[in-house]
Ligand binder design. Structure first.
Ligand code: GLN
Length: 457
């Protein structure tokens, strides 16, 4: 090649570079002008854009606004026990409790959880590998879904389900699949939560090659059902047959009423390797705002929960972990669990009597702190006016609004705990939370008597 040819080559390269630069610059300028022309709100991600206003942000503010008796959201309106509160004060006053914890949890809490739960799981739990502390049970669930779901993986939920599950699944690329618990018997009469049954063949029919997880909730919110060993064996058999992960949401595990006992599915033969059990410090010690929960399971499962949750919250708030650790250590000495159950037994009785006196049929819960009442017979004037945010919502939303406004008691509409296609299964009910003081339950009982004249016999 001559020097002339070489020069031509160099020159054409320069031109090429320049022309590439200028065309990309043009493109950039065009995009910028498009950007400048764009107006309006910043686009919301598709995974969030479809969220409707959640049921809690409708009914909790409504209770305050109307000064109604609030039996809606499941939180206690009484303080945690003295020893639990003192534990939090002591933790904050202890050097070393106020900085980051290890992502898996503070060592004292991991040890206290392992000690407290080992007898309940019939095994010696390793605090280092089989337990992880989460920011409430809710973040634990989110971390499990984040850790195990690929896009399009299916998660089977039993209806009615705790509404938070759905967003936790879909935000992590999963697809919820539904199977309802159905009441067997006359729903116009008082029934037991054990009458709400899962059709195991219906559950089997929902399993596909994309099924990854089944979520179980026992004791159940909002039905109050405590699954029997026989029912758990049937579910467990499917889990093993299809090699699935089972999430057992047992946040109400310390709250079940005689003669029922809380059985743990992770204890059934062959299921430890398949199950992550979720627990809650908030439910156990009446501290729902502390956001301390845990996941317990086989080390290979917990390892994944930990790696996801490290990237979600890094670690859970440290002093309140210490406080829950101390509470677990001291609970037995205070006979806490027995007293806890018997105080809730009394509340359950008060709640059920209030509904009986008002003329509403209901489901007696075997566990947890909710009663589902049948509101089908309540007759509301046809021309009653509802606020705009209830447009298009099922009948139970309307009845719960009316209940709050005209009767003065707030309950939660459980159709929110069903998928779109099955909402009708929930719209004849309202959920009353009884984790409230005697005064509150008595005020509710009095107000509910006003219902009598609106109930069709
Ligand atoms: N688990 C409680 C309930 O069902 C709280 C729900 C919530 O605050 N999102 O009422």
């Amino acid at each position: 090649m001559t020097s002339f040819h070489l020069n031509i080559l160099k020159f054409s390269n320069i031109i090429k570079i320049n022309s590439t630069t200028s065309s990309s610059r043009l493109l950039q300028l065009r995009n910028m002008s498009l950007l400048k022309n764009k107006s309006g709100p910043i686009k919301v991600a598709d995974k969030v854009a479809h969220f409707k206003q959640d049921v809690w942000s409708i009914f909790t503010p409504l209770a305050a606004q109307l000064n109604a008796v609030n039996l809606g959201q499941g939180f206690m309106n009484f303080p945690p026990p003295d020893f639990v509160r003192q534990a939090a004060i002591d933790a904050i006053n202890t050097d070393g409790c106020n900085q980051y914890a290890h992502p898996k949890g503070r060592s004292r809490l991991l040890k206290a959880l392992a000690k407290s739960y080992s007898p309940l799981f019939n095994r010696t739990l390793d605090p280092e590998t089989e337990v992880v502390v989460t920011a409430g049970a809710n973040e634990g669930l989110y971390a499990i879904f984040a850790g195990f779901l690929d896009d399009g993986d299916e998660v089977i939920l039993m209806e009615p389900f705790f509404d938070q599950y759905i967003a936790n699944i879909t935000m992590n690329g999963g697809v919820p699949v539904y199977v309802p618990l159905r009441p067997h018997g006359d729903t116009n009469k008082i029934m037991s939560s054990s009458d709400w049954k899962l059709d195991i063949n219906e559950l089997r029919s929902k399993i596909t090659p994309r099924t990854k997880i089944i979520v179980l909730n026992t004791p159940h919110n909002p039905v109050g059902k405590v699954f029997s060993k026989e029912e758990l064996l049937e579910i467990g058999q499917l889990v093993q047959e299809f090699n699935l992960l089972l999430i057992s949401d047992e946040v109400y595990d310390r709250l079940y009423y005689k003669p029922d006992v809380h059985e743990r599915i992770a204890n059934l033969p062959g299921l430890w390797e398949h199950t992550i059990t979720i627990g809650s410090g908030g439910k156990t010690f009446g501290t729902t705002g502390w956001r301390v929960g845990w996941s317990i399971g086989h080390k290979d499962l917990i390892k994944t929960v930990l790696s996801a949750q490290t990237r979600i919250v890094f670690c859970v708030n440290s002093p309140l972990q210490e406080a829950i650790a101390i509470s677990l250590e001291e609970a037995e000495a205070h006979d806490y669990y027995e007293k806890h159950i018997s105080s809730y037994e009394q509340r359950r009785e008060k709640m059920c009597k209030a509904l009986s006196d008002a003329g509403l049929p209901y489901t007696i819960p075997q566990g947890a702190y909710y009663v589902l009442a049948n509101i089908k017979g309540i007759k509301i004037p046809e021309d009653y006016e509802y606020p705009e945010n209830l447009n298009g919502r099922p009948r139970d939303f309307k009845v719960c609004y009316w209940l709050a406004k005209e009767i003065g008691v707030v309950a939660i509409p459980p159709s929110e705990f069903y998928c779109e296609g099955n909402r009708h299964l929930g719209e004849d009910y309202a959920r009353f939370a009884f984790c409230k003081t005697d005064e509150t339950l008595e005020a509710a009982a009095k107000a509910l008597l006003k219902l009598k004249k609106y109930i069709n016999e």
